[in-house]
Ligand binder design. Sequence first.
Ligand code: G6P
Length: 362
Amino acid sequence: SETDKGTYPFYMLKEIDEQPNVMRKLAQVYLSETGEPVINEKLLNSMKQADRIYIVGAGTSYHAGLVGARLFENLTQTPTEVHISSEFAYEQPILSKKPFFIFLSQSGETADSREVLVNVNAANYESLTITNVQNSTLSREATYTLLLHAGPEIAVASTKAYTAQIALEAILAKALGESDNQIVAQRFNIRQQLGLVATGIQAIIDAKSKLEDMAKKYFLNTPNAFYIGRSLDWSVSLEAALKLKEISYVQAEGFASGELKHGTIALIEDGTPVIGIITQAKTAGLTRSNLQETMARGAKIITITTESLAKKDDDIILPDVDELLTPLLSVVPTQLLAYYTSLNKGLDVDKPRNLAKSVTVE
Ligand code: G6P
């Protein structure tokens, strides 16, 4: 059945493996035969009237929101903010005249996010919940729902829900941008891109033994590690670091690579692993110099980059996709690095200490 581990030692590996199919499933559910998004018209109209989108989520869903904001701003030209739900609930920013709210929640049950939705409903604003669970609380209480169709996610550390959220945000942003005649959205070939993403994720998974070797070499005996990147690569760095922390208990942080020199570089010692994510042409050179700066202070550096930006000594090379969608690929090696670190430490990958799959208290 769907909730059977089968031959997998842990659900997390199964769920990482399912990601190419989740990408295909989303294309199947949300795109027409000609590759055009098929999204509820009422939802699109209500989003079209908004002067600003507010994305709200917790944990990994918040990180998927960070990527979503770039997608909405690029494809729809609508200013988009992303907020941690537990912060937004009690320190609400001054809202625009016509806000629209998007709740991201794998489970649809996170109490922190629900608290925001209760306030949003009390103020009579419209909202959309993007969730993996039909009839969940956040789904029932929001104006609209889009389902992730990722299948049950059982491992506490979220993997396929993150990539599904980003892919669905991309489909929605494409639909919204197109309905508003935005040229960037019209040119964004979502069907072709999701196909490339699915094949790309599969290629990364097929080469996973190299990632296990790297996890053993760099992460098994280190107290800490840093992921760095700029723009979308920074957003993925945050998720990559969270994954490593959650299941391997390595003190990991994601940093905007330009910020390193303003403080964090003080933490670099001989042998500290620093992983650079380099998928954006505009900032690739800058992140590479920031990596060099850490190397000069003793860091062991690992690079995750794309075919078109790759240099001779790069470690992990991802197939090229549209620059807006590189998070769907760059996150996968970081999921596998976290998985293999946890596995080789002999930890319970699926049930890390102190964590719950769904947190229903504030
Ligand atoms: C818990 C889980 C995280 C998850 C977060 C938000 O903390 O351990 O993996 O990202 O909740 O959950 P949600 O279901 O709202 O996406």
